[in-house]
Design a protein around this ligand. Structure first.
Ligand SMILES: Cc1ncc(C[n+]2csc(CCOP(=O)(O)OP(=O)(O)O)c2C)c(N)n1
Ligand SMILES: [Mg+2]
Length: 737
């Protein structure tokens, strides 16, 4: 661990004019380049502000005051080699990495040709695949864990170079995921001082320190988060002081308005990371001369004197003065440079204002992979019965067994798969396994049992207890081309990851206009009927996730479907939330022999569990066996033939099968385990009422949980969750209508 503090004063003109002089590794030419980039950055902001006032663009975020640290980082790191997770003030960084001013103006006007997002995202939300600038969102700090995952991914690829290859017979996501890595690559991730208050920042710092990952965290501290000053934001007022206890880090605290000192800090930080010692933390003190954004007027909370003090440190004027003092450029040279920049920007603005907007119908493209259709027949294969050595039928296995077997076979087939989460490893203290002192755990439900032993702890490992970190890191790794299959231990604890699951993972492909994608699988144990699970181990809530465009949601009801759907989830090119019902893990209902290493089921294809002509019952998950029991009873008692449909996947869902069944039966019951109101079945019921109204002989009915939490005492739990008898009564009632 090392800490370096640099003098906030700019270097003095000790021997100005000496052509060979180097400034902490920067040549005179590089300093002129740095000034040109800084000046360009500032003038783009000024031009954008003008364009916004003229209503020619729709939003503006400035990078003013952050130019020196950005340019320094851009010169110290390598575009297209290192990886970048910048934030909205990093205009100068992006320019230094090679983004053109014209491309920035295209963002402002929201042009079809805007390379960042094709008009989908605000300006200053950078995304340039060739430069490795990874698509940025707006939530403060949600990029940080992904940056850590990106570094994780790079290191994994360096250790498993064969995994980067695309097998010639590959018919999965790998065909469309070109992977590149460098053995000494670095991931840059930046944030503001206010953002360091976000929990995800601390999860990311912990993960990077634990893994000694080559990540440079850059906190661009301008003293404010909109109107909130740093001493109210950060205990003690210094983020450097708070993070100083993290092990394995190299620390820098620098005047981020000084390009020379900032470059030196970044060079040291990058060297430390490239040499594999661990992550680095650069705390850059910068200024924010233009208020937070155009919607903010800082004069409301900052007196003139304070603002004037900041202005003394303006990086653009200070660098200009420095060049003059050092004799690197004279007045004429500065004037000429500035004129050239103005002319370049004028031409760029003119071109951008002429650029075409995107076509309205293009808005739906790239929500999902344009290359692999999860509903297609390529995912339709037949089960292959394994040979039983003694000639007997192969044993029927539980859902837990088949998920475990599927994970094992897929890991054998695809070295890009990594598994992590809480308790998923067999034993983190590997020597206990090697010395055969312990058998290993492999998940609280044992679904990943034996996988670490088979594939090593590079590929199967325990994460810290931090759900946002599990999903955020998986997203970063998947962006690099790996296939993380991670576990969230209980659905009830998925919420810390909600920012990642709602605002990040499912949006990456769409918001970058197919520039980036992050196909990965999030396995989650869900549901009740546990007798004793209570409120925090039994909840459902799938409709919250089916409400998110861009996220596939799968919910199998039996062992065979779980195996086939999990394989599709792994091989497809979209992010998948794979919901596994805890009660079904070891149920005797729905056991099956392992269907072989190629068995897949396409998404969006329901299964008719029980054919019938009198009524359609649409359900999924643990309600399937309960509804089947009820339907069989009804048929026994009064001959009513229920057609029972198991949806199997909730996004996409199989409308065709529903519509064909309703056309035949004219009566529908939608049943689900989640709370009744606003639940998944509400959407199905609404759509049937809307599109199949003419075919109905009765109202669309629903059976679901009461609008309350799942309680502990089994008598209470039974009262809340839909029971076979509730389903039976609803079916009987509907048959009579
Ligand atoms: C999660 C989240 N909360 C709130 C906001 C609204 N917001 C945007 S920027 C910002 C302040 C950020 O301050 P800081 O991290 O210091 O960065 P700076 O803008 O000062 O560079 C806030 C509160 C947001 N975008 N995301
Ligand atoms: Mg700030």
């Amino acid at each position: 661990m090392a800490t370096t503090k640099t003098d906030p004063k700019l270097p003095l003109a000790a021997n100005g004019g000496k052509k060979s002089k180097s400034y902490d590794g920067l040549t005179r030419e590089q300093l002129i380049k740095a000034y040109r980039l800084m000046y360009t950055s500032r003038r783009i902001d000024d031009r954008e502000i003008l364009l916004k006032r003229q209503q020619k663009i729709f939003f503006q975020m400035s990078g003013a005051g952050h130019e020196a640290i950005g340019v320094a980082a851009g010169l110290a790191l390598k575009p297209g080699y290192d990886w970048f997770y910048p934030y909205y003030r990093d205009r100068a960084l992006c320019l230094a990495l090679g983004v053109e001013p014209y491309q920035m103006f295209l963002q402002g006007v929201g042009a079809a040709d805007d390379p960042s997002s094709g008009g989908r995202q605000m300006p200053s939300h950078w995304s340039y695949p060739a430069l490795h600038i990874v698509t940025q969102s707006s939530p403060t700090g949600s990029q940080i864990l992904q940056g850590v995952g990106c570094a994780d991914g790079g290191r994994y690829l360096a250790r498993h170079p064969k995994s980067a290859e695309i097998p010639s017979d590959s018919k999965d996501y790998r065909q469309f995921k070109n992977v590149s890595f460098q053995n000494d690559e670095v991931t840059y991730v930046s944030l503001g001082d206010g953002t360091s208050s976000e929990g995800e920042f601390w999860e990311a710092m912990n993960a990077a320190a634990l893994g000694k990952l080559p990540v440079i965290f850059c906190v661009e501290d301008n003293g404010y988060a909109i109107s909130v000053p740093v001493e109210v934001q950060t205990a003690g007022g210094s983020i450097s002081r708070l993070v100083s206890g993290f092990p394995n880090f190299h620390f820098e605290e620098v005047d981020g308005t000084d390009p020379v000192a900032s470059y030196a800090a970044f060079t040291r930080a990058a060297k430390y990371c490239r040499e594999g010692h661990g992550p680095a933390f650069v705390h850059a003190h910068v200024i924010r001369p233009y208020s937070h954004s155009l919607s903010d007027d800082e004069r409301l909370y900052r007196p003139d004197a304070e603002r004037e003090r900041d202005a003394q440190r303006d990086p653009v004027t200070r660098t200009q003065m420095f060049l003059l003092r050092e004799g690197i450029l004279d007045d004429k040279g500065i004037n000429q440079l500035e004129k050239e920049v103005e002319a370049e920007l004028q031409a760029a603005v003119d071109r951008a204002l002429d650029a075409l907007p995107p076509a309205p119908e293009s808005v739906m493209s790239f929500l999902y992979s344009p290359d692999i259709d999860v509903t297609s027949p390529m995912f339709e294969t037949q089960p292959v019965a394994s040979e039983a050595s003694d000639g007997k039928k192969p044993a029927a296995k539980t859902m837990a067994d088949l998920i475990n077997a599927t994970l094992r076979d897929e890991m054998k087939r695809d070295e890009r798969i990594v598994i992590f989460g809480e308790d998923v490893a067999d034993c983190s203290r590997e020597e206990y396994l090697k010395r055969k002192l312990v058998k290993g755990k492999g998940g609280v439900f044992k679904l990943t049992f034996g996988l670490q032993c088979d594939f090593g702890n590079d590929r199967v490992f325990n994460s810290p207890l931090a759900e946002a970190a599990i999903v955020g890191r998986a997203t970063g790794m998947a962006t690099r081309g790996l296939k993380p299959v991670v576990e969230v231990q209980f659905f009830d604890y998925i919420w810390p990851a909600m920012m990642q699951l709602r605002d990040e993972l499912p949006t990456i492909r769409w918001r970058s206009n197919n520039g980036f994608s992050a196909p990965c699988v999030i396995r989650v144990a869900i549901g009740g009927y546990l007798t004793g699970g209570a409120i925090y181990h039994s909840q459902c809530g799938e409709s919250i996730f089916t409400h998110i465009p861009g996220l596939r949601v799968v919910y199998p009801s039996n062992a065979l479907d779980a195996a086939g759907l999990l394989r599709t989830a792994i091989r497809c090119d979209d992010p998948v939330l794979f919901l596994e019902h805890k009660r079904l893990y070891r149920e005797s209902y729905g056991r099956a022999a392992y269907p072989g290493p190629e068995y897949m089921i396409p998404f969006g294809k329901a299964k008719i569990v029980h054919p019938g002509t009198d009524m359609t019952v649409i359900t999924y998950g643990a309600v399937v066996p309960r509804a089947l029991q009820a339907a069989q009873k009804l048929e026994r008692e009064q001959g009513t033939k229920v057609e029972l449909i198991d949806l199997r996947t909730l996004n996409p869902f199989d409308w065709e099968t529903i519509a064909a069944s309703v056309a035949k039966t004219n009566r529908v019951l939608v049943a689900y385990e989640d709370t009744l109101s606003w639940g998944y079945g509400a959407e199905i019921a609404a759509r049937i009422a809307d599109q199949l109204f003419d075919q109905l002989d009765a109202p669309v009915r629903r059976v679901a949980a009461k609008d309350i939490f799942v309680p502990y005492q089994p008598i209470l739990e039974d009262a809340v969750l839909p029971q076979p008898n509730d389903l039976y009564l609803a079916m009987r009632d509907l048959a009579k209508y």
